[in-house]
Design a protein around this ligand. Sequence first.
Ligand SMILES: [Zn+2]
Length: 239
Amino acid sequence: MRVSSLTSSVADSRIICCECGHKSETFEPVLNLSLEIDGHDNLIAALQSFTRVEKIDDQENLISCDGCKTKVVVEKQLTIDKAPEVLVIQLKRFTCNGLEIVKKGQYVQYPETLNLAPFIDEFRQQDQELNYRLYAVVNHQGRPGNGHYMCFIHSHGQRWFLKNDHKEHRFNTDFVMDQTAYLLFYVKTTSSMSMSFHSFITMFIERNRQTNNSEEMSVPEQQQSNNNEGSSCSTMQDQ
Ligand SMILES: [Zn+2]
């Protein structure tokens, strides 16, 4: 099974002319949603910011409109066009400050269940399952240059497991929801996906390492080389 077939979504970038109302749309496949977390303490606020209407009115950088053939002020909005089987959300925790990589360690609250309807156009919501359940949380422990990843995977009921090579540690939901998450994996509530999530997440991270797509997974090379299994930790205690 190809990872991209499960996680691929389509972003709809829409530009509307404020003078004549001409609309242009660009559709772009995306493997995961990469969200800014500055100023946001929860996932919904980050998603709202991701899909907010932005007015581009910088007089030095006005956009040419195909409708009225002049340079105009426009409104731009990014929305999700196709809801993927597995919604992968990356919280942008790593930035480059000159030559130094900086990790943002603030907590961003995330829900166990997520409905994508507010972030998809109403007429595109038909025939799409938009309800998701949280199935895995990946966080990054340590400093940007030498840390490692931990992956919590949902089992059933209120059970979560932290996979650590050949060992498993069980955790309760409250503990998992309190993590400073880096990647969140939401699966459609109607999903019939049979692949184990440990395999899936390992494949996902490996795929990103191979494609070296810095936009989708802005993890420094040194971090990625420490992430052999996509889930490892020997410092956490079972609960
Ligand atoms: Zn126009």
